[in-house]
Design a protein around this ligand. Sequence first.
Ligand SMILES: NC(=O)C1=CN([C@@H]2O[C@H](COP(=O)(O)OP(=O)(O)OC[C@H]3O[C@@H](n4cnc5c(N)ncnc54)[C@H](OP(=O)(O)O)[C@@H]3O)[C@@H](O)[C@H]2O)C=CC1
Ligand SMILES: O=C1O[C@H](COP(=O)(O)O)[C@@H](O)[C@H](O)[C@H]1O
Length: 453
Amino acid sequence: MAADTTLIILGASGDLTSRLLLPALGQLLTREPGRTVRLHGAGMEDWTDEHWREVVQKSFQTTDAEAAFAAVSETTYSKADITKPADLQKLLDDAEGRPALYFAVPPAVAEKSCLALSDVTIPAGTVLALEKPFGTDEASAHRLNQQLAKLVPEDQVFRIDHFLGRSTVLNLLGARFANRLLESVWSADDIASVEIDYPEPLGLEGRAGYYDGAGALVDMIQSHLLQVMAFVTMEPPASLTQLDLRDATSAVLRATHVRDDDPVRNSRRARYTAGDVGERHFPSYVDEPGVDPSRGTETLAEMTVEVRNTRWQGVPITLRSGKALSSGHRAVTVTFQPVRHLPGGFSGESEPTELVFSLGPDTMSLGLNVNGADDPLELERVTLAADLGEGSLKAYGEVLSGILDGDAMLAVRGDAAEQCWRIVQPVIDAWRKNEVPLDEYPAGSAGPASWSA
Ligand SMILES: NC(=O)C1=CN([C@@H]2O[C@H](COP(=O)(O)OP(=O)(O)OC[C@H]3O[C@@H](n4cnc5c(N)ncnc54)[C@H](OP(=O)(O)O)[C@@H]3O)[C@@H](O)[C@H]2O)C=CC1
Ligand SMILES: O=C1O[C@H](COP(=O)(O)O)[C@@H](O)[C@H](O)[C@H]1O
C-alpha cells in the first residue's frame, strides 16, 4: 500500500498523536527514506495547516528529523467532528489514494464515529485503525466488530495493540520457532510456570478520565499482556502471515481460562497509597485529581490463567501489571521443571532453569546450573545473557508500518479481541462482587507486602 496511502489522524491535538504516533512516524520515515506518506490531521481544534505542520515537525524527534519531515511537508489539517457523517465524508473524499483513518480519539468517540461511517461512502481499500480499549466487554466488542464488518473487510481493520510491535515481543517468535532446542521443551512436559510481569513507575499521569473507569486489569492485562501470552503459548504457525499468525493467536486465546475457573483464588488486586517513586512523590490514588474513590479502581492487577490444551495443560500462567511501582523487572519468565534426577554427590542448590525475555531493556537470558570453578561438584548459577538491541523501530513505528503497508499481521483480529474480554470477565465479576480484597501498597514499593509473603 506504501506510496498511495493518505494517513488521516483523527484526534490530531491529542496526547497519543503528539507523544507516540508522530514521533513513531518520524522514526519510520528516517529508517526508510524512500517511503512517502500523505499525512492529514483532523480534530475539533480550529488549527491552520501551518500550526499542524509545526506540531508534526516538533514531534519528529528522530536523528534526521528534517529529512523525515520533508516526506510529509505537504501535510494538511482540517477541523472535523468525526461523529458527523458529513465531516467524515469530506475527509475521505479529500484523501488521495487509499485513506487510512487512525482513530486517536477516546474509545466512545471512535465507536460513535464507526456508527456514523454507515452513512458515508467509503472508498475501496480504506483502512480503519482503532486504539484500545476495544469495547467494554465481550458483548460490546462483538457489536463493534459487527459494525466494522459492515464497513470494510476484516484485513482492513487494525485493532491496535502496540505491545505486538515491541521488538522483544516479536523476539518471542524468533526464539520459539527458530530454535530446535526450545521447540522440543516448549510444553507442560518441561515447563513448570510462566509469568508475564509489567510493573510501571508511572502513576495516573492525569488520565483519570480513562483509567479510573478501566483499572490495571483492563488497561494492561485484558489487552497487552494476553496478546504477549498468546505469542508465548501459541502453536507454531505455518508462516508469519497475518492469516496464520492470527489464526494461531485466536486458537490459543480460545483455550485460555482463569485457572480452575476460580477467579477468587487466581486473581489479586491492589491500589497505591502515597509514596515516592524515585524523585517523584505520588499522592494516594484516591486523592489523585478526577478519581472517584467509591469506584474501587485497582492500580495493580494479577490473574493466573491456564491454557486448556495438550501442550499447556496444568501450567499456571500469571499476568501482572501495576502503576507507581519500584523499578521491577518487566519480563516474560519461563520456569522449567526441575531435573528428573540430580545425581548424588553434587553440593549447592539446583534451581530450575529459567528463560527470561526482558521487556525493556530488551534482553534474553537463560539461568543455568553449572559446575563451580573452585569445586567441580558444587553447583553454581550462571546466566547466559544476550542483548537484543532496541529494534530499529519503536512499537508504534511497527504499528504504523503495518498500517501503511496494509499488513495486519500485528493487528488484533476481531475474534481475538472478543476472547480477551471473555477471559478476564470472571475476574471482573468477582471483583465487582468484592469477592477479592482490594489491597494497598505504598507508591514506590514492589506491591503489597502480603503479596511477597
Ligand atoms: N495517550 C496514550 O499514552 C495512549 C492512548 N491510547 C489510546 O488512544 C486513544 C486516544 O487517547 P489520547 O490521545 O490519550 O486522548 P486525548 O484525550 O489526549 O485526545 C483525544 C483527541 O480526540 C479529539 N476528539 C474528541 N472528540 C472528537 C470528535 N468528535 N471529533 C474529532 N476529534 C475529537 C480531541 O480533541 P479535543 O481535545 O479538541 O476535544 C483530542 O484531540 C484512546 O483510545 C486511548 O485509550 C493508547 C495507548 C497509549
Ligand atoms: O496502553 C498502555 O500502555 C502503557 C505501557 O506501555 P509502554 O509501551 O508505554 O510502556 C501504559 O502505561 C498505559 O497505562 C496503557 O494505557
